[in-house]
Design a protein around this ligand. Structure first.
Ligand SMILES: Cc1ncc(COP(=O)(O)O)c(C=O)c1O
Length: 353
């Protein structure tokens, strides 16, 4: 069996949830969209059931998968519905839709709810991606409040730059949000992971934790308060010693500077490892740090073996405990979110302790 394995430490997920909830205060949604950032949404939801105050997903398909697996916690649809007919499913499965534009608001008002619905009303406080403009927000809120089928409205907004605490934009977005809805009453939700960790002013009734739940700091680097949930590992399945001046891999882009022991490992860009990770990107072999050399291929890549490495059969960590995923992301010019979401073809092994 190909040895590429994503070890998913569900006890780390629970630890991170508890840490983030304590930081934020109030209630905290665990964001499980995109298959729980590549970790497996159902398994993550099951691990957090009874602990998490609720879950958030991008779209109704993701919510229905959780309901089909028996998950009964509140589930927020972060993008709302994509067509009006989805409100009937949201009703049947007790989902909480975000309303972020006029047609979603009107369709929600036209639908005859069988049971009271909780709505999350989204404001565009400056990110300019989705949500009602501040000057239209109170009217949208009023329309919902006049609807007897609407049980509760949670005010929400999303930050553009919460992971860059040196910028003013988050403070400006908070001020815009408070000015537009501070007088309306009701619960509020502002903070994603970065805001939970770096912007105390953004901590309100509900937080929404995604990336940090999986143990990656949204600010880059490592954060000792968080435990990495995924550990992606594989094995060396071939080795050779090359003399100085020999090329390695596609494009012959890497030339050995001296005699080099090269290990071939089972992981490539078809598994979600970033093709743009250059020679020098970190890996850990038998627990000690080494580097990638040569280009990442579809199914394989090559690593530098030191004398103390076993070689054939050595375990290689792509990211996890010794190599932080943010290091790989930085080397490849991307973010941990993208790396995690892209993992595929690996064997997923779920661990609980
Ligand atoms: C509306 C909303 N809230 C919360 C999150 C979670 O963000 P993060 O993973 O940065 O914690 C996202 C992610 O994109 C989002 O779109």
């Amino acid at each position: 069996m190909r040895p590429l394995t994503a070890h998913i430490r569900l006890h780390h997920l629970r630890h991170n949830y508890q840490t983030l909830k304590q930081l934020h205060g109030g209630r905290l949604l665990a964001v499980l969209k995109a298959n729980a950032y590549g970790h497996g949404a159902v398994r993550c939801a099951q691990a957090l059931a009874g602990l998490a105050d609720g879950f958030a997903v991008a779209a109704i398909e993701e919510a229905l998968e959780l309901r089909a697996a028996g998950i009964s916690e509140p589930i927020v649809l972060l993008e709302g519905v994509f067509e009006a007919a989805e409100y009937a499913l949201a009703d049947e499965h007790r989902l909480w839709p975000v309303v972020q534009n006029q047609w979603q608001l009107e369709a929600l008002s036209l639908y005859h709810w069988q049971q009271p619905v909780n709505v999350w009303l989204k404001m565009d406080s400056g990110m300019h991606r989705a949500g009602f403009f501040p000057h239209n927000y109170a009217a949208a809120h009023q329309a919902l409040m006049q609807n007897p089928q609407v049980a509760e409205v949670v005010h929400m907004s999303h930050f553009a730059c919460a992971d860059e605490p040196q910028k003013n934009m988050t403070a400006e977005q908070i001020a815009t949000f408070d000015n537009a809805c501070g007088h309306l009453g009701g619960a509020c939700s502002l903070a994603n992971s970065a805001a939970i960790m770096a912007h105390p002013n953004a901590r309100r009734d509900w937080g929404r934790a995604g990336i940090a739940l999986y143990g990656a700091s949204p600010m880059g680097g490592a954060d000792s308060r968080l435990l990495p949930v995924m550990r992606l590992s594989t094995r060396v399945f071939n080795e050779r010693v090359l003399q100085a001046g020999e090329p390695v891999g596609y494009g012959a882009s890497y030339i050995t500077p001296q005699s080099t022991r090269v290990g071939l490992i089972a992981c490539g860009y078809a598994d979600g490892y970033p093709r743009h990770a250059p020679s020098g990107s970190p890996v850990a072999i038998d627990g000690s740090r080494s580097t990638l050399i040569g280009r990442v291929s579809m199914d394989m890549m090559t690593v530098r073996l030191a004398d103390h490495h076993q070689g054939l059969g050595s375990e290689v960590e792509l990211w996890g405990d010794t190599v932080h995923i943010n290091e790989v992301a930085a080397a490849a010019g991307t973010i941990a979110y993208e790396l995690l979401c892209n993992v595929k073809r690996a064997h997923f092994v779920y661990e609980t302790a």
